[in-house]
Design a protein around this ligand. Structure first.
Ligand code: UDP
Ligand code: MG
Length: 317
């Protein structure tokens, strides 16, 4: 029967794009005669008619199954639910807004078939249609995280990639609660081919990201894949201690030689607030890691499915 490819689609308020997406994927499937698709639609607690569209699609097309979360758990959880329920020899994660062009799938599949690679990932070569300030911050983020973490995270990489079963199993074995997929994909290794393509804008609906949510996403990525901020906090502490030693010697010597002219409260106040600020910052960094540890220790499930078209679905995971 050929290879089964699982297409995992996280959806949050995608009522307008979902049908267009389905049609496009079906077109692609026709171009791949030696494969079958299964399309897993994950409804991440949408507030519009997304789940109704999913029900219709699942009724019309036996290759479609849907999984509806009990609330919004985030795209990472939706991807994880998809991986948990994927049965394919290969799996791909795709956005519902057609920003991940299905046309790339046949070529990705050919590359995997040739046996040299374990996954093929799409990589945007331009960021057209994106606010320039956002692109600038995104580039800074990628150059920073690659310097301070061991996971190899490529600039312009999307979550869109086709991968072999072995890689899916490795991803499932990563049980952490804070799932930063770009880091997870990088951390598990395997041979990845980066396929460049031109950025495509959304077909319908609008993006769920704003500047602050992206900043939070970037901080999560760093905290989950690097301990360098903790080292920086310690080095700052050491530096400050050394400086204050020098200052103490200076003050004592001055007192012995010249007496104690009372002056300079302004500079003292500045120094105190400055050091106080640095201490709070370092405490904040430590707190952030501690919160992450707390979340991991609780071992809460990543997702809860309240409605699905499949009887044997993994509903909590
Ligand atoms: N998404 C999701 N849960 C969320 C936010 C987004 O499942 O809480 C899905 C969304 O429906 C889309 C994909 O993740 O299929 C990417 O979202 P979006 O297009 O907003 O991100 P962008 O392409 O702008 O990075
Ligand atoms: Mg998008």
């Amino acid at each position: 029967m050929g290879d089964l490819i699982s297409i995992i689609v996280p959806c949050y308020n995608e009522e307008e794009s979902l049908r267009l997406f389905h049609t496009a994927v079906k077109e692609t499937e026709k171009k791949m005669p030696d494969c079958r698709f299964e399309i897993l639609l994950i409804n991440d607690g949408s507030k519009d008619r997304t789940v109704e569209v999913m029900r219709e699609l699942a009724a019309e097309d036996p290759e479609v199954s849907y999984y509806s979360f009990s609330r919004n758990f985030g795209k990472e959880a939706a991807m994880f639910a998809g991986f948990c329920n994927a049965r394919g020899d290969y799996a791909a994660v795709m956005d519902a807004d057609l920003q991940d062009p299905p046309d790339l799938l046949p070529e990705m599949y050919q590359i995997l078939k040739s046996g040299e690679y374990d996954s093929v990932a799409a990589r945007r070569v331009n960021r057209e249609g994106e606010p320039p300030i956002r692109s600038w911050f995104a580039r800074r983020f990628y150059s920073l995280i690659n310097r301070i973490s061991e996971a190899d995270i490529v600039d312009g990489a999307r979550d869109f990639r086709l991968m072999k079963r072995e890689m899916v199993d490795a991803i499932l074995a990563m049980g952490e609660s804070n799932r930063f997929s770009k880091g997870i994909f990088g951390w598990i290794g395997f041979r990845t081919y980066w396929m460049p393509y031109k950025n495509v804008e959304r077909v319908a609906g609008e993006t769920k990201w704003n500047f602050w949510s992206l900043l939070g996403y970037a901080i999560d990525g760093i905290v989950n894949f690097s301990h360098v901020p903790l080292d920086i906090a310690s080095w700052f502490g050491i530096l400050m201690t050394a400086l204050s030693f020098l200052a103490i010697i200076f003050i004592v010597v001055r007192k012995l030689l010249f007496g104690d002219p009372v002056a300079g409260w302004a500079s003292t106040a500045c120094i105190i607030t400055f050091i106080g600020g640095i201490q709070l910052l370092c405490l904040g960094i430590i707190g952030k890691y501690l919160a992450t540890v707390y979340q991991e220790v609780k071992k809460r499930p990543h997702f809860i499915i309240s409605e699905t078209s499949r009887e044997d679905a993994k509903k909590i995971g």
